[in-house]
Design a binder for this molecule. Structure first.
Ligand code: GDP
Length: 446
């Protein structure tokens, strides 16, 4: 994914700046040049890149910083803050409430991924305890109903549609009425797409919207169109009172930076991104955790959310308890790996672990990531209890490392790499205030 490369390049620029002996204007300028280059390569608009750069420069006034201030930290914070600002339209979207009926209408061009995204959205809320249902009001495309039906059945979500009725408004109204009576609290209406923006499409959207009075209209957009996303999002926003956007196809070679920043420029909140053709390939888009993951800083709240999603409450491992207190020991890392193996798309999860190599975010590299986890676990199996619970890195001396390598049948270098990786993660972890970790826990599962 191009976005992973973007994250990697920005993280590398920050790391290089962090290694400089003295941080002065020259070092800052080099760092900003690298960041600007990475953003442009990810297809972010030139004007946006120029603003990002100017704003960081404006925030970091090296001359005015008091003696003893950690300049690296100030720059790091300014970069993170500015990336968040670039992607944040500053306006939250409507979110459904459990037990209270909501109607959500999906609009978008044909081929954008609208139909599968409706089901991903329904499935996401079903796992959160909602009672969702799908209505196929796409009478334009032959086979649309069959496709929705197939997806919905697979996800065990009730659906409504017709092979013979050609009036989308009639189907939408009938479907919404029926599911209201059945006490569904999230009724999702999939509307027709067209090959391009055209008056007939917007007119049909207006009629369906008027008849079903949706609480939210979601515009589904193909992320691979890069900067062109701005015009498309703008057109849909104006014609269909779009309240939120889902950007699909953020896997593959999509120049996702362009799509995301362009949509944000229309001041439309992106609420989810699609990262593949299957149901779980769907991620909540929340600017701060997204930027944090992009830069390899992890997303703890997302990780805790995932753990709670996939493991029944009574079996939720002590890891959740441990995650909210205490130090990031090797034992905790081991438990985390154990659980990760049962938790669906690994690429997504790797990026949520604070400090875990960003390289495994890329699709297709999951096997390598999995092999690495296995390798690390074998190495940890050869450690003593004391070593697993230890928080003092000095305990691991050369002779212990050699013995662990021999015991696990791995190379000394592999043991050292693992310890380094753990150290980096523990450092990242220690920067998270305890209060925040608790807050993350309490906010989950609502
Ligand atoms: P619609 O015409 O807008 O309803 O689009 P569909 O739901 O039929 O999707 C069009 C194509 O895009 C299908 O082949 C989907 O599998 C694919 N697709 C949808 N979302 C994603 C995504 O996030 N990533 C990838 N790689 N493919 C996607």
């Amino acid at each position: 994914m191009v976005l992973a490369q973007l994250g990697g390049s920005i993280a590398a620029a920050l790391a290089r700046m962090g290694r400089a002996t003295v941080v002065d204007e020259k070092v800052l300028a080099e760092c900003l040049n690298e960041i600007a280059r990475a953003l442009l390569q990810a297809d972010v608009r030139f004007e946006t890149v120029r603003d990002v750069r100017a704003n960081i420069k404006g925030t970091v006034n090296l001359d005015a910083l008091a003696a003893g201030t950690d300049k690296r930290r100030v720059i790091h914070q300014a970069v993170v803050g500015e990336l968040c600002r670039m992607l944040d339209p500053g306006k939250p979207a409507f979110t459904p409430t459990k037990g209270k009926p909501s109607v959500v209408m999906f609009v978008g061009l044909q081929g954008s991924g609208k139909t599968i995204t409706c089901t991903k959205y329904a499935d996401y809320y079903r796992r959160k305890g909602f009672n969702p249902a799908l209505v196929c009001a796409d009478t334009f495309r032959a086979g649309a109903f069959d496709q929705l039906k197939q997806n919905a059945s697979k996800a065990k979500i009730p659906f409504y549609g017709s092979y013979i009725e050609s009036d989308p408004v009639k189907i939408a109204v009938e479907g919404v009425d029926r599911f209201r009576k059945e006490k569904c609290d999230l009724i999702i209406v999939d509307t027709s797409g067209r090959h391009k923006q055209e008056a007939a499409l917007f007119e049909e959207m207006r009629q369906v919207s008027e008849a079903t009075k949706p609480n939210l209209v979601i515009f589904v957009m193909d992320g691979s169109i890069g900067q062109a996303a701005f015009d498309q999002a703008q057109a849909f926003k104006q014609s269909a009172s779009v309240g939120a956007v889902i950007v699909t196809k953020m896997d593959g070679h999509a120049k996702g930076g362009g799509a995301l920043s362009a949509v944000a420029a229309t001041r439309s909140p992106v609420i989810f991104i699609g990262t593949g053709e299957h149901l779980p390939d769907f991620e909540v888009f929340d600017v701060k955790p997204f930027v944090s993951r992009l830069l390899g800083m992890g997303d703890l709240s997302g990780l805790i959310d995932k753990i709670q999603d996939v493991i029944p409450i009574n079996q939720q491992p002590d890891i959740l308890d441990e995650l909210t207190k205490g130090a990031f020991t090797l034992r905790l890392l081991y438990q985390m790996f154990q659980n990760l193996q049962n938790m669906g798309p690994l690429g997504q999860l790797f990026s949520m672990i604070p400090g875990f190599s960003a390289q495994f975010i890329e699709k297709g590299k999951e096997k390598e990531g999995q092999a690495k986890i296995k390798r690390y676990m074998t190495i940890m199996d050869s450690m003593t209890e004391k070593e697993l619970d230890n928080t003092n890195p000095k305990l691991m001396n050369e002779s212990r490392i050699t013995r662990i390598a021999r015991g696990s049948g791995r190379l000394v270098k592999e043991v050292v790499d693992m310890l380094e990786e753990h150290k980096r993660m523990a450092k990242m972890w220690s920067k998270l205030p305890l209060a925040n970790r608790k807050l993350n826990m309490n906010n989950r599962g609502s």
